[in-house]
Design a protein around this ligand. Structure first.
Ligand SMILES: [Zn+2]
Length: 215
């Protein structure tokens, strides 16, 4: 579990709330009205903040499980970007892995948000963002595995997308459809360094050779 600003806020709210409960139990008559009102406000804010924090920790744990599964690296981890860092992140990157701390996949906040909504959905009609979110997590897992060539990582990831979707709860048909959709709709629009004419993902994805941009 990582500790962010929201974690501290939740902890502070819990402390504040406990303090108010103690004051009320003491029946501190001069402050009773204020303490009750303040307690209600604290509970409402705490419930809201906790919901966001639980969401962050849960989707991050699912992403970490997927990265470990797809990379085959024990102890592999994932880190979902929090709200505050995203505000100052002007990069266009969706995810990255540091070569000197290779077992952690760093995922953009939007990727984790899309992964979260996909995990909660019935997975029958994923959005483009949700398809990309599953794939990006797998792509970063390929870097965790040690493949830092973008075209090769992308190619391996496309062949692992269906298995990844199954791992996260999709049916076989949903998983295959998700992997094929990335290959058909997203891959051809990726920057040149991510694309390779040698990638035989079309065969692995049970697509007719010639689909996408491969000969
Ligand atoms: Zn990459």
């Amino acid at each position: 579990m990582d500790v962010g600003v929201l974690t501290v806020v939740v902890a502070a709210l819990v402390a504040l709330m406990l303090r108010r409960v103690v004051i009320l139990r003491r029946d501190w008559h001069t402050a009773r009205g204020f303490a009750t009102g303040f307690l209600v406000v604290c509970v409402v804010i705490l419930m809201t903040a906790s919901a966001f924090e639980v969401k962050h920790q849960w989707v991050q744990a699912r992403a970490a499980a997927l990265v470990a599964h797809a990379s085959g690296v024990r102890g592999a981890d994932a880190e979902c970007q929090r709200f505050t860092p995203e505000l100052i992140d002007l990069s266009a990157t969706s995810g990255f892995v540091f070569s000197d701390s290779q077992n952690v996949a760093h995922l953009r906040r939007t990727v984790c948000n899309d992964l979260f909504t996909w995990l909660l959905s019935n997975k029958r009609a994923p959005t483009d963002g949700q398809v990309r979110a599953v794939h990006i997590t797998v792509h970063e897992a390929m870097h965790v595995r040690g493949e830092f060539n973008e075209a090769r990582a992308e190619c391996f990831a496309m062949q692992a997308d269906a298995d990844a979707a199954r791992f996260l709860g999709a049916t076989r048909a949903q998983a295959t459809a998700l992997a094929q959709r990335y290959y058909r709709d997203v891959y051809p629009r990726m920057p040149a360094e991510y694309v390779s004419g040698e990638c035989a993902a079309d065969r692995a994805l049970d697509l007719t050779p010639g689909d996408g941009q491969f000969p």
